[in-house]
Design a protein around this ligand. Structure first.
Ligand SMILES: [Zn+2]
Ligand SMILES: [Zn+2]
Length: 139
């Protein structure tokens, strides 16, 4: 379905099976750079991530996947870090949303690893981590 046909409040993903779920906001907001260069939308902040609450922009004619069943809405967003990944995360990692260092909100388990909320981009690719507060009440 094209994004401009999606009703405000509806949940959607940008591609089928994407990990990140958005909903369309009823009152789009403007951003500082002016209209979207791709679609000319004057108020580009027209969607919000369900898990992180972050604003996003979807072009008017972009095809999105509407999510209706409860199962589709499930967001599988935790990642298990271990070994060097975990050590690096505790030392240098931070929450993508509130920027607090990982050392303040993440604790290693008895194996030295850690389960952490992933922050996914619109394509469903992992691009960072979120503390449990920023990951939202749903989890
Ligand atoms: Zn656009
Ligand atoms: Zn945070």
């Amino acid at each position: 379905m094209r994004f401009n046909k999606v009703k405000p409040g509806s949940l959607f993903a940008c591609v089928l099976g994407a990990r990140i779920v958005f909903y369309k906001v009823s009152q789009p907001e403007t951003w500082e750079e002016g209209p979207c260069p791709a679609c000319g939308d004057a108020a580009p902040w027209n969607a919000r991530s369900v898990s992180s609450g972050r604003l996003a922009h979807v072009c008017k004619n972009e095809e999105v996947v509407l999510l209706e069943s409860k199962q589709d809405r499930a967001i599988h967003e935790t990642v298990y870090l271990q070994g060097d990944d975990a050590r690096r995360f505790f030392k240098e990692g931070y929450c993508e949303s509130c920027l607090r260092p990982a050392g303040e909100w993440a604790r290693p388990d008895r194996f030295g690893g850690c389960e952490v909320h992933g922050d996914y981009d619109r394509g469903g690719n992992l691009c960072g981590f979120l503390c449990s507060q920023c990951a939202g009440a749903g989890s």
